[in-house]
Design a protein around this ligand. Sequence first.
Ligand SMILES: NC(=O)c1ccc[n+]([C@@H]2O[C@H](COP(=O)([O-])OP(=O)(O)OC[C@H]3O[C@@H](n4cnc5c(N)ncnc54)[C@H](O)[C@@H]3O)[C@@H](O)[C@H]2O)c1
Length: 363
Amino acid sequence: MSLQSGARRALRQALVSTRPHLHHHQTPKRISPSPLPSAKYFTTSPRFLKDEETSGKEGQYARTDHTIQVSYPGPSSSQLPPTDNLVKGIGHGGVPTLPTFSLQGKVGVVTGGARGLGLVMGQGMVISGADLAIVDLNKEEASKQAQLIVETFKRDNPTAARLPKITTHYADVSSPESVVSCIRDIVAAHGKIDSLVTSAGFTENFEAVSYPFDRVQKLWGVNVDGTWLFATEIAKHLIERKAKGSMVFIGSMSGAIVNVPQPQAPYNAAKAAVRHMAASLAVEWAKYGVRVNVISPGYMLTALTQKILDDNPDLKEKWTSLIPQGKMGKPEDLMGPVTFLLSDASSYVTGADLRVDGGYTCT
Ligand SMILES: NC(=O)c1ccc[n+]([C@@H]2O[C@H](COP(=O)([O-])OP(=O)(O)OC[C@H]3O[C@@H](n4cnc5c(N)ncnc54)[C@H](O)[C@@H]3O)[C@@H](O)[C@H]2O)c1
């Protein structure tokens, strides 16, 4: 047994031993995020509330047990990272960099951009010069964040000749009608679309034998159909315009490895599908000048996971022990990779899977 597989086995045992033993006939109790996040993630005996009881609530799609509610922590303004270390030189001519990394003149779309990874990648696109359309189920939060990104940009670039144009749009990415109408709105607002980042997605944990099939369909609907619908509709727009374009699908390292101990087979399968969808579309659309790549993040600390893990230092310690860099990723770690893949700096890169996981999948 290798050192790594030994470490994985030890981790699996440690985490499974923290897992509460719920029986299928038991109704899970409401529990606060602390001190049992494992109950939230690993329970296999969910009791579902009706849609009207949960709709509009944080994490409604990603919650295995709908009686558990973990609020997104902090005010909207705390979700964006500090930009001081990012903007030095950008637009000021202070730090030389390849001009091909710029997204100036491009219009980017980010799905699931109201929060989490999508929000921060969207901000990275704006800092790199793009105009942005943020798409999300939660349009209200998207609009608050859009305003904050513009305010931050103004503060960081007081002499900028032009402010970025950021619009927000409602869509349920798993609905073909909703996607078509959303893309029509974006083109009406911006005149065109050049790039796409698909970050709308969610995960949840059930053992396969007790995974309700309607939940599997919902998960594939958002993660897989949602990626397909946005990509194909925007490809039609690019092909019609005879314009080059670049797409980045947000996959996951779970598309290449199986995380332990949390059971999440449909999510892993969905992310593997997203990865191979990107490679297939990259080949099919190369003749149109449309590039398609994947970013596969590892364990990332969004505001939500930060809060859960801060309350559970042992769990954090165990997870990070498997990451060669010894730490979880930050959303801003995706700013550079997404900018690279959307920009002309990567013009000969298509069909690639860029893993941003601190080395996790190497072991
Ligand atoms: N956070 C991680 O550690 C991690 C690791 C690997 C991959 N990922 C992937 O990155 C992506 C973003 O994850 P996150 O952690 O930022 O999640 P998040 O829950 O913080 O953000 C997801 C956003 O997508 C939106 N959304 C969900 N369903 C939607 C739908 N049907 N239509 C439109 N918008 C919808 C949500 O409203 C939310 O704003 C997901 O695809 C996820 O699988 C995350």
